[in-house]
Design a protein around this ligand. Structure first.
Ligand code: IPM
Ligand code: MN
Length: 356
């Protein structure tokens, strides 16, 4: 198969981990006889430095010509001044919005070889295998925002605005994913306080009724969900929730797997086009040291193979290669004790284990 993949390494550890993700894709292409073309461009802080904007129109057009995007991370202390008119994160948000990537899939699966990496008690981790579907192009991230005044009168607001159609399409997608899994869908909101959450809940109920599905639905308030994720994580199958709630809950959920450095994500819309990126950020504190964990990016590349290119077997081969790398004892520093290796060594260990 022929595919064109946009590579946007971004800032901080982004370039280091993305490099390993690309090597994995190149190895897959070589081994399975595919023809992958890679086109690289800047996003985030580095693009602000180079072009004055975190995402140029040219980069956006380049991505449009591709089948999928592999992205590293954006942001860093250099661009984090809260008064700055342009911020690295705007580049990422623009990408998500421009391609209407309204669903962000964040699977949390535990490797049997990393049980010791989780700060959670071992007996709580049995059977943990969940998928968070985070709404990605609406809610607090995209509602009207405003700032005015100064001193004690200075004020600002963000708006959690949802339309019924936005809730409908993401719940539908989450329900279909639950069908292919254990058939259990948890919709997370704050309906005891927020009007937008009451809309979310009503629409969710209606969609599930209309879909006439076997999938079972439960509602959970976001604060309770945060607690239950630690108390009984194995009970969750698919969680569907609003943009900000999903952002927060998935950082928390990463601790089940052991490290934020392990969680991949796929941002998808109605078609096959997608944006694939690790859940973690640019980790400026360790950038440039070659110690970052590339596995979240490598697993994101596997999701790219699966969702955007329809290469299920290849995706599984990559996921298995990651497992056997962990089984062999390779660890980056974030994973706790073990044979500590560099970002590049970890990437190479995975590449060596990719086989037909
Ligand atoms: C994430 C990140 C982004 C988000 C930032 C970098 C804008 O935290 O993908 O989880 O909040 O969506
Ligand atoms: Mn986040």
């Amino acid at each position: 198969m022929q595919a064109r993949i946009a590579v946007l390494p971004g800032d901080g550890i982004g370039p280091e981990v993305t490099r390993e993700g690309v090597k994995v894709l190149q190895r897959v292409a070589e081994l399975f006889g595919h023809d992958f073309a890679f086109e690289e461009a800047m996003v985030g802080g580095c693009a602000i430095d180079a072009a004055g904007t975190p995402l140029t129109d040219e980069t956006l057009e380049m991505c449009r010509r591709c089948d999928a995007i592999l992205l590293g991370a954006v942001g860093g202390p250099k661009w984090s001044d809260p008064n700055a008119p342009v911020r690295p994160e705007q580049g990422l948000l623009r990408l998500r919005k421009a391609f209407d990537l309204f669903a962000n899939l964040r699977p949390v699966k535990l490797s049997p070889f990393l049980r010791a990496s989780s700060p959670l008690r071992d007996d709580l981790l049995d059977g943990v295998d969940l998928l968070v579907v985070r709404e990605l192009t609406g809610g607090l991230y995209f509602g009207p925002m405003h700032h005015e005044g100064e001193g004690r009168d200075e004020q600002a607001y963000d708006t959690m605005l949802y339309h019924a159609w936005e809730v409908e399409r993401v719940v539908r997608l989450a329900c279909n994913l639950a069908k292919g899994r254990r058939g259990w869908l948890t919709s997370v909101d704050k309906a005891n306080v927020l009007e937008s959450s009451r809309l979310w809940r009503r629409v969710t109920e209606r969609v599930m009724r209309e879909m006439e599905t076997e999938v079972e639905l439960e509602h959970l308030l976001v604060d309770a969900c945060a607690m239950h994720l630690l108390r009984r994580p194995a009970d969750f199958d698919v969680i569907v929730t609003a943009n900000l709630f999903g952002d927060i809950l998935t950082d928390e959920a990463s601790m089940l797997a052991g490290s934020l450095g392990l969680l991949p994500s796929a941002s998808i819309g109605e078609g096959t086009f997608g944006l694939y990126e690790p859940v973690h950020g640019s980790a400026p504190d360790i950038a440039g040291q070659g110690v970052a964990n590339p596995l979240a990016t490598i697993l994101s590349a596997a999701m790219l193979l699966r969702h955007s290119l329809g290469l299920e077997a290849e995706a599984q081969v990559v996921e298995q290669a990651v497992e056997s790398t962990l089984e062999a004892g390779y660890r980056t520093a974030d994973l706790g004790p073990g044979r500590h290796v560099s970002t590049e060594e970890m990437g190479r260990a995975v590449v060596e284990r990719i086989s037909v």
